[in-house]
Design a protein around this ligand. Structure first.
Ligand SMILES: Cc1ncc(COP(=O)(O)O)c(C=O)c1O
Length: 304
């Protein structure tokens, strides 16, 4: 469960969350026409709090919005400052912030440009999913709903409308007694899970599908590609098929909200011996970077 906070950042100002309600004619609410992102802040081992890869998340927010013709109307510096302000004001340390770019009201015709564009930064306390055991990992199934191949470029952006299939596939997985769903595209190639990127481990090779597939090239994915290479693994972006996942030594997901999460069971089969040592090592190293234990990656941290 998410505990709502007292203050949010909306259109350039920190305001009471109570004053940030939107109207029923809000354009984005009707058509899923908007952009979003999600970044986390972490208590630092040496004291203080830092946001992880904040500049990259805010740059992705801007480019996602721009992919559908929306301009943010705030400088990068304003957004960085707003993000730090809203975390500090709410007294948060381990937290998640949801940036959202949405089209306001009252014109719910398709001419979205007749409405104002709003930008919000909504934080809440977060230490990971309470329904997923980070150590044990999670179960998954290949989703019966394929990602449309023709719209791969749209899926490369983080757009609100992209999540319709995610919500449906996630609900379908849960009603089948499985925790997570994995999308293929219409050619049968692996894309990602409903809200995370997917990796496979075969011996010393750690690989993930390329961004030419219908997927969001995540920042945790980018981080893990760097960390895996540093740990001595060969890394590759390459097409993966379902049999390659079933035959892998390990399968795991990466995402801001859940970090690195092993999938020891996929489609009812055990993957490798189910212990996922590579995913565990990467999960630990990722947390080390986020908590400020890796001086060589201090540039990923924005101290609040
Ligand atoms: C569809 C999808 N894929 C992948 C990711 C992982 O991206 P990141 O690591 O930047 O959080 C996310 C989360 O934002 C997502 O929603």
């Amino acid at each position: 469960m998410i505990e709502p906070v007292g203050q949010v950042w909306l259109d350039g100002k920190v305001v009471d969350a109570e004053d940030s309600r939107v109207g029923l004619l809000t354009h984005s609410l009707h058509y899923g026409f908007g952009a979003l992102d999600g970044f986390r802040s972490y208590r630092q081992d040496g004291g203080g709090v830092a946001a992880f890869r904040l500049a990259d998340h805010l740059a992705r927010l801007r480019s996602s919005a721009s992919a559908i013709g929306l301009e943010l109307g705030h400088t990068h510096g304003d957004l960085v400052e707003g993000a730090c302000d809203v975390l500090r004001t709410n007294g948060l340390d381990d937290a998640y912030v949801r940036p959202l770019v949405f089209v306001g009201e009252p014109n719910i015709i398709f001419a979205h440009w007749l409405n104002p564009v709003h930008v919000a930064l909504v934080p809440f306390a977060w230490s990971g999913y309470s329904d997923r055991d980070a150590d044990a990992g999670t179960t998954a199934q290949v989703s019966p709903y394929p990602r449309p191949k023709a719209h791969a470029a749209l899926y490369n952006a983080k757009l609100t409308g992209n999540y319709l299939l995610s919500v449906i596939a996630f609900g379908h997985a849960r009603s089948s007694g499985v925790q997570q769903a994995i999308f293929l595209d219409e050619d049968g190639f692996v894309c990602e899970s409903t809200g995370e990127n997917l990796f496979a481990v075969h011996g010393n090779l750690v690989s993930t599908p390329p961004a030419t597939r219908s997927l969001l090239p995540g920042l945790t994915r980018a981080t893990v590609l760097v960390l895996a290479a540093e740990l001595g693994y060969e890394v590759a972006e390459r097409d993966l098929t379902v049999p390659q996942l079933h035959d892998a030594d390990e399968v795991f997901t990466t995402g801001t909200a859940s970090g690195v999460l092993a999938i020891p069971e996929l489609d009812g089969r055990r993957i490798g011996d189910g212990t996922a040592p590579v995913a565990r090592a990467l999960r630990q190293r990722y947390l080390d970077a986020a908590r400020g234990r890796l001086p060589e990656h201090a540039d990923w941290l924005t101290i609040l």
